[in-house]
Every structure is written in structure tokens, then in C-alpha cells.
Design a binder for this molecule. Structure first.
Ligand code: T3D
Length: 264
């Protein structure tokens, strides 16, 4: 298993499926896995043929966050600089996911803990198997939410729940996560990949520029004033209105047929 690629990728009909692939460690992050995930997201930025991304985990977990076997204090010369590892390994990839002007769907197939939960919640649409759970496990090891976790939690579920989750590390089952608005949908375990893939393929055949602009607009709204957001929307719509997909969308509506978007 040690020789297996830590990240698997497959491209099909505009959808890049990225699978975290260290199932024996619940897909916990090592440096090679970080670098491979970042390369996959970079590829999604660079290749026009990629119009959506699906992120999932191999085996029974989505991701257990940092691989703690790499943080064994018995083998360390002194306290680690975790800020350095966040800045070097986690944060660049999370920024790339947020900045990607294409939809990223997470299929959370099992437990998502620590930075693994943050990674899932960074994605644009999160589906989770009913048996999956989200754990802010940081406090169990003396840490504080990272990889965007504190920012995401506070915005998604509000300060009261965010603080309770961060301080208690109480697991949130998928259905409760859906009810709280932490994720989009909880799905029967056996149907998770099928449903997530169908959704991601639908997005991959959509008006890519418009979808990307919509994603970035919603994100900008988190920090913009209403006034600034009106300007942001004006500029985004200007760009969307110049795409061939917009012309095709209107034409298809007028001709009473399904549009055939090309992603440009
Ligand atoms: O360090 C930095 O760079 C800073 C950044 C930090 C970001 C972080 O993510 S900090 C948080 C790190 N993650 C955790 O603290 C989670 C640790 N894992 C757990 O709490 C539990 O494993 C889970 C709640 C995720 C799942 O529990 P359960 O009972 O379903 O599974 P398990 O039996 O605990 O784990 C199964 C195996 O995976 C087990 O190995 P074994 O005994 O079969 O050989 C376990 O040790 C291993 N495993 C699980 N999580 C990790 C891990 N091995 C290394 N690192 C892990 N994070």
C-alpha cells in the first residue's frame, strides 16, 4: 500500500474525479498527498477540458486530517512549527479550491476529521453518506480549527454551534449536518458516489463560466457590503453575458430545446 499513489485522478466528460487514497490511514494527509492534491487542483485550473471536480476518499473515510504519525513528539527535536506546515501545505491548496472558477463537489464517504472536515467544507457542494460524520477533532489533540475550519464553521452554522463543535469535538452525523446547513445533502451510503457523480457531471456539462462566476460571487458576498456586491454582480454578469454559453442558453430557451453548453 505504501507505494500506491496518495491521490487518484480520472477525467471523464469534463469531470475530474480526485480520490484521496491512503485508506489504511483514513486518508490522513502526508506531504506527498498534499503535493499530489495540489497538482490535481492546479490541473483543474489549467485545463479548459476540466469543467468540474469531484473530491472523495478511498475506503471507509473521507479524510482524518493531518497524519499524526508524522507528528510523533518522541521523534521530534522540539515543538513543531505547525503554522509553517499550514502555510506550506494546506493553505495553498485550499486557496486554489476556493479560487477555482469551476464547481468542486465533495462526496464525503465516511468520517471527515480535523483538516479533513475543513477540506470537505471548502468544496462548493458537499454531499455526505448518511453514515459519515464531521468531527472538529482538533481540540482532542490540543489544537485549534485550521485549514479554514473556523471561518467556514462560523459562516455555515453560526457562532454558537461553531464554538460548541470546536470546543467539544462532538461528531456531527451527516443528517444533522444537512439540517444545520453545514452540507448540502445526506445521501444513502450505497447511492453516494452515484448521486455525487451525477451532480458533478451535470455541472461539468453546464455553462462553466457562469457557474464559476456564481461560485465566486457567493464567496465574495461573505465579506462584501450590499453596495459592493451589487458592483461585483454587475461585473460578473457582464462577463457571463459575453459567453457563447449565454447565447446558447437564450437560443435554446427560445427554440424550446435543451441547451448544449460548451463551457465558454
Ligand atoms: O500538523 C499540522 O500540519 C497542522 C495541521 C493540522 C490539521 C489537523 O488535521 S489536526 C487533526 C488531526 N486529526 C485528528 O486528530 C483525527 C485523528 N483520528 C481520529 O480521531 C479517529 O481516527 C477518527 C475520528 C477520524 C476515526 O475514528 P475511528 O474509530 O473510525 O477509526 P480509528 O480506529 O481511530 O482509525 C483507524 C486507523 O486510522 C487507525 O490505525 P490502526 O490502529 O488501524 O493502525 C488510526 O490510528 C488511523 N488514523 C486515523 N486518523 C489518523 C490515523 N493515522 C494517522 N493520522 C490520523 N489523523
Amino acid at each position: 500500500m505504501a507505494d500506491e499513489a496518495p491521490i487518484l485522478t480520472a477525467l471523464d466528460r469534463g469531470l475530474l474525479t480526485v480520490t484521496l487514497n491512503r485508506p489504511e490511514r483514513l486518508n490522513a494527509f502526508t506531504e506527498p498527498m498534499h503535493l499530489a492534491l495540489r497538482a490535481a487542483i492546479r490541473r483543474a485550473h489549467e485545463e479548459p477540458a476540466i469543467r468540474a471536480v469531484l473530491l472523495t476518499g478511498a475506503g471507509r473515510a473521507f479524510c482524518a486530517g493531518q497524519d499524526l504519525t508524522e507528528r510523533d513528539p518522541r521523534r521530534a527535536e522540539g515543538p513543531p512549527d505547525l503554522g509553517h506546515t499550514l502555510e506550506t501545505f494546506y493553505n495553498p491548496t485550499l486557496r486554489l479550491i476556493r479560487a477555482l472558477p469551476k464547481p468542486v463537489v465533495a462526496a464525503v464517504n465516511g468520517v471527515a476529521a480535523g483538516a479533513g472536515a475543513s477540506l470537505a467544507l471548502t468544496c462548493d457542494i458537499v454531499l455526505a453518506a448518511r453514515s459519515a460524520r464531521f468531527v472538529q477533532s482538533f481540540s482532542r489533540v490540543g489544537l485549534t480549527p485550521d485549514a479554514g475550519g473556523s471561518w467556514l464553521l462560523a459562516r455555515l452554522v453560526g457562532e454558537a454551534r461553531a464554538k460548541a463543535l470546536a470546543l467539544t469535538a462532538e461528531p456531527v452525523p451527516a443528517e444533522k449536518a444537512e439540517g444545520w446547513g453545514l452540507i448540502w445533502r445526506a445521501v444513502d451510503d450505497g447511492r453516494l458516489l452515484e448521486e455525487a457523480r451525477a451532480l458533478a457531471l451535470r455541472l461539468a456539462s453546464g455553462p462553466t463560466v457562469g457557474l464559476g462566476l456564481a461560485k465566486l460571487s457567493i464567496q465574495a458576498a461573505a465579506t462584501n457590503s450590499h453596495d459592493a456586491q451589487l458592483d461585483h454582480e454587475r461585473d460578473a454578469q457582464r462577463l457571463a453575458g459575453r459567453t457563447a454559453d449565454y447565447a446558447e442558453g437564450v437560443l435554446a430557451f427560445l427554440e424550446k430545446r435543451q441547451p448544449e453548453f460548451r463551457g465558454r
